[in-house]
Structures are given as structure tokens and as C-alpha cells.
Design a protein around this ligand. Structure first.
Ligand code: MN
Length: 328
């Protein structure tokens, strides 16, 4: 028997993806749980393009209930649909920025009712769970893969589409820190539509409620450096206990790793976030030498070479020991 996370689909190029999109009269676009600006921006951009072609389209993510505050001004938000209202039978379901079917959360069951499923993604660890899969693990963001689709599909990139796509590009590149030749050309193309890149970036990456500051104070107080971990390349980690993050959204907690990973003495950074009794979601980052996608996949998660995550079970000592063992 083939499990839903095992590869069984066909890899398609952008033209194959366009053929699927052109053939569909009803489409569901699904973003991953705990959406970031790449999954939501990509999902909304694709939905706007479909809506303009007269296609009946819904966009959804399974959890949490509300759109993160920083993303509420993204164009296309009117196409967002409550999970319970997402249709079961559609011509095409498109999953954006999801490395596994599990990232769809409770909406994973909608895969069954779709005549075709298209996975559009850039995660190195993608399991190719669609009937058709467009995966470019060299792309900086799923938004970048979508631009290739739009170009092949003759979609005009106007301000609304550019806003959504820029949101994914600026966040997944860490404000253009992790780039390749052509990244800035794409950014220039999007900015040429007249969007306010500074305002979009500030809303997504540089705006926090005041409560973020005392949370950081508590969490950074737990920071621990393990110089001999990762074969001597060094590990730095911090813990976000549940009491630290009361009243804060997931996106506020996600930002902690971006501070922890600046530690000069450590190649690998980890932030353990307590989500239940003895249950932690773990964010991993590396700089140059350690492939944290491999580490996270070995621990039941996934991600990219330099940014990944997984779920850990146990007390503080156990989860740290488990990570150290996997890092070597
Ligand atoms: Mn992404």
C-alpha cells in the first residue's frame, strides 16, 4: 500500500502546471499550517490569477483560526475560506510551499476529492505527494516558482500579484540575505509595478507587539552554547516555554531563531518551542557546513539545507540530547 506521503505522482515542468491550471474550472489552493508569507502570498497570488480567469477558487490553511496579523493586508485575502467551507470535490487542488501532505493539517483530507493535485514547492525534502509535482529546490521561495508558472501562463504581474509574491520573496530570503543571481532582478521586476517594498517588509519582518520584548528577554536568558556539538562546529539553542509566549502569535515566536542564529561561535542554532506537555516544535538553522534538512528529516521533520524543523518529545535534557546525537 502506498502511504499519502510516499512519492507516487508525476514531476511536471511549468508548462505541465499551466496545462493543469488551464483545464480546471474549480480550484482549491491550500497553504501550510501556521502559514508564513511565502505560503500565503503564493496561495493568494495564484488564487487572484485564477479568479481573473473566471475560475471558481478558494484559498485556505487548516490552522490557526486567524490570519497572522502581519499578513492581513495581503491582496486576495477575500478569497480566503474557512477550513470547514473548503469544497471536497474540485477539478484541481494546488498545495503551495508544503513539503509533505502533513503540512496541510486537517485539510489533508481534501486531497482525496480532487481530480488532480498539484504540489508547487521549493523544499529540498518535498515528498512529491501530488498527482503532479512542480518542485524547484533551487528556488529561494515558492513565490519564485510561481513567477515561472505565471510567465509561462501569460499572467500579467500587476501590483496586487507583485505584493503577494514580494511578501514570499522578502521573507524566505531573510530580507535578501540568502539570494542567488537573479533574485534582485526578480525583486526589481516586482517593485517596478509600484508596490511599496519597504512598507511590505516592515509589516512582515520588522513589526512586533510590545510583548515580544519581555518574551525575548526570558527566552534569550535560556540560551546555551555547546561548542563541541556538530563535530566541533558548535550549537546554540534556546527554549521558549509556554509561560514565555502567552498572548503572542506563532509568528512572534518564529522570529526568535533569527536572533539566536547570529551567534558567531555556533554553526547550528536551535529554538525549542513548547507546544504541549513534553512536546516541542524545533526550528533549526545552519550557516555553511551542516545540512539541517537531513537532521530534521532524521528526526521526523523536514525543510531546507540551512533552515528546517521537526517535533520533539521529552524534557529539556532529552530533546537537547536527541538533537546533539543527530548532529554528530
Ligand atoms: Mn517557502
Amino acid at each position: 500500500m502506498t502511504g499519502p506521503d510516499e512519492a507516487h505522482g508525476t514531476d511536471v515542468d511549468v508548462h505541465g502546471a499551466v496545462d493543469l491550471l488551464n483545464a480546471a474550472r474549480t480550484v482549491t489552493v491550500l497553504c501550510h499550517v501556521q502559514p508564513d508569507a511565502d505560503t500565503l502570498g503564493s496561495g493568494l497570488a495564484l488564487a487572484l490569477a485564477l479568479e481573473r480567469r473566471g475560475v471558481s477558487v478558494q484559498v485556505a490553511f487548516a490552522a490557526p483560526h486567524d490570519v497572522p496579523a502581519s499578513m492581513r493586508t495581503l491582496p486576495g485575502i477575500h478569497l480566503l475560506t474557512a477550513p470547514k467551507d473548503v469544497r471536497r470535490d474540485v477539478d484541481l487542488l494546488v498545495a503551495v510551499d508544503c513539503g509533505t501532505a502533513g503540512r496541510l493539517g486537517a485539510l489533508r483530507d481534501r486531497l482525496d476529492g480532487a481530480a488532480h493535485t498539484l504540489v508547487v514547492d521549493h523544499h529540498r525534502s518535498n515528498t512529491r505527494f501530488g498527482t503532479h509535482n512542480l518542485i524547484d529546490d533551487a528556488a529561494e521561495a515558492t513565490a519564485v516558482v510561481l513567477v515561472d508558472v505565471f510567465d509561462a501562463w501569460d499572467v500579467e504581474l500587476d501590483g496586487d500579484l507583485a505584493h503577494c509574491l514580494f511578501a514570499g520573496l522578502v521573507t524566505d530570503t531573510g530580507s535578501f540575505r540568502w539570494v542567488r543571481p537573479g533574485t534582485h532582478r526578480l525583486a526589481a521586476r516586482l517593485l517596478d509595478t509600484g508596490i511599496d517594498g519597504g512598507a511590505i517588509t516592515r509589516a512582515l519582518l520588522d513589526t512586533h507587539p510590545f510583548g515580544w520584548l519581555p518574551m525575548l528577554s526570558a527566552v534569550l536568558g535560556t540560551a546555551t552554547l555547546v561548542p563541541d556539538a556538530a563535530a566541533g562546529h558548535g550549537l546554540v539553542y534556546a527554549l521558549v516555554r509556554r509561560d514565555d509566549s502567552v498572548g503572542l502569535g506563532a509568528e512572534e515566536i518564529e522570529s526568535v531563531v533569527d536572533i539566536v542564529r547570529t551567534t558567531a561561535e555556533a554553526e547550528v542554532a536551535a529554538v525549542f518551542k513548547e507546544v504541549g506537555v513534553g512536546v516541542w516544535t524545533v526550528s533549526l538553522r545552519s550557516k555553511r557546513t551542516v545540512d539541517v534538512s537531513r537532521v530534521a528529516t532524521a528526526l521526523g521533520g523536514g525543510g531546507h539545507r540551512f533552515a528546517s524543523g521537526y517535533t520533539a518529545h521529552g524534557d529539556r535534557d532529552e530533546i537537547v540530547a536527541q538533537l546533539r546525537a543527530e548532529l554528530g
